[in-house]
Ligand binder design. Sequence first.
Ligand code: ATP
Ligand code: MG
Length: 564
Amino acid sequence: MADSDMRNENNSANNNASGSKDFIRKIVEEDLASGKHKDIQTRFPPEPNGYLHIGHAKAICLSFGIAQEYNGKCNLRFDDTNPSKEEDEYVDAIKEDIQWLGFQWDKELFASDYFDQLYDWAVQLIKDGLAYVCDLTGEEIAKTRGDLTSPGTESPYRNRSVEENLDLFTRMKNGEFPDGSKTLRAKIDMASPNLNMRDPVMYRILRATHHRTGDKWCIYPMYDFTHGQCDSIEHITHSLCTLEFENHRPLYNWFCQSLRIYNPRQIEFARLNLSGTVMSKRLLLKLVNTGAVRGWDDPRMPTICGIRRRGYTPESIRNFCKTIGISKVDSCVDMGLLEFHVREHLNAVAPRVMAVLRPLKVTITNWEPGKVDYLDAVNNPERPEDGTRQIPFSGTLYIEQDDFMEEPPKKYFRLAPGKEVRLRWGYFIRCEEVVKDADGNVIELKCSYDPETRGGQAPDGRKVKGTIHWVSAAHAVDGEVRLFPEPLLVKDPETGLADYNPKSEETLTGCKFEPALGTVEPGYRCQFERLGYFCCDRDSTLEKRVFNSTVTLKDTWAKEQKKN
Ligand code: ATP
Ligand code: MG
């Protein structure tokens, strides 16, 4: 997608700027106007079984954003009903990621906080004849559920007496039955056109240590018997979730109504899918477990911590979420749109520095030996208030190998034998001699400089078309740069399944950075002039600096070449 297209998309889909609200905000405003709700209360309900990804950012920006915009509150509720997959490590990471995105929850809650209440409610439904203990195995339940064209068959245990059900459910709780041998099911309608309403399971027996309740329980409530009631207790006014829960909404409402408790309104919206990435926790976990990536925060991962390490800013993610807006229809958003927002924000805020990724030595033949000239460099032309810094210039420099061609084609305005080029913030230099090794590789350029051109202007008005970046050899700091030229996952042409792409990372060693980069902290973001935006990685040491490529600049030379 071209950047200009993105700007258009930005304008048309922006929920706030143009005044056209998405359908969820319209509902919220109607409910406030009609007096249905005085205060807006939302929640974000992650399951602590993995790290948050960019898809979650959409849900976070929506639920937290609405609370913010309408002076309401948003709870963070961990949906922890599945003890075998959940861990405290994930709880901590999720909290860090939400705060990093720029949001703060009102209450921090856990579905497991409500286990006692949920148990009491299950007993209430048994007493009301609306739930029963079933001895069918999971497999048998699935088999007797029917399908979209045929009704299910009723369980032979469906008509147990209330007394028998109460007794069996108490004994389930007390651990008298083996795992999976019984369930508690809602007694609804085995012929319902909605499969979720065909006597869904409310509780299962599972002996697993829960990250919070430990071994207190050996029965655990199912998601459907948990979520609506948690929303109800917290008096959630608008329970926002993704489209796959649309079919669960009748059941959500059935539980609230049968329990005669406040029935929040569930509203579904489309998930975010991004081209070239997969957001399934299962697949991401596999990449982590097989060691294909450095961890959940590998800069190539679509996780929030991964893109943070990569150098993305919270502002750019929030702007991206604003641009894509909210809809009822699943779609796939071009990765280029996210990159556009990152580039746009970093262009505004990131300092410019010079780094040479593939160094070629340049000797200035007419430079006074030992002399160092400190040149003024503007930190960010977009932000004059960021000031200037001084960069050392000396008789031995490095330039980018790509910025020299022995036999340049037309329109190549960089360095070539006999040609003159401007060094950024510095002088004009002319290539006088090319030094090669025994194999014919260019290993050094001998150049002359024009002392009259300090700061990049020639007093005689002589023009040079090209400006290239450089660093002074004696002052440069060393390190490596990690580039991410291809997506982390590619489709295996044979199986059609997403698989790890070993070409997703390229490490360049022997890179040379300007001295200011010698001490910056991990997380520091900057623009390497002419190359792109980069972020200091946490693997960085003072001896070896490590930078991740966040996003490239638009490469005009590559575009030019494609055209020809
Ligand atoms: P995944 O299937 O990727 O593991 P999940 O839905 O199981 O995700 P949860 O922790 O249950 O993950 O999700 C918390 C909230 O985030 C839910 O309300 C869910 O609807 C929402 N969410 C998850 N993935 C996306 C997505 N790709 N786009 C928008 N919202 C999402
Ligand atoms: Mg989920």
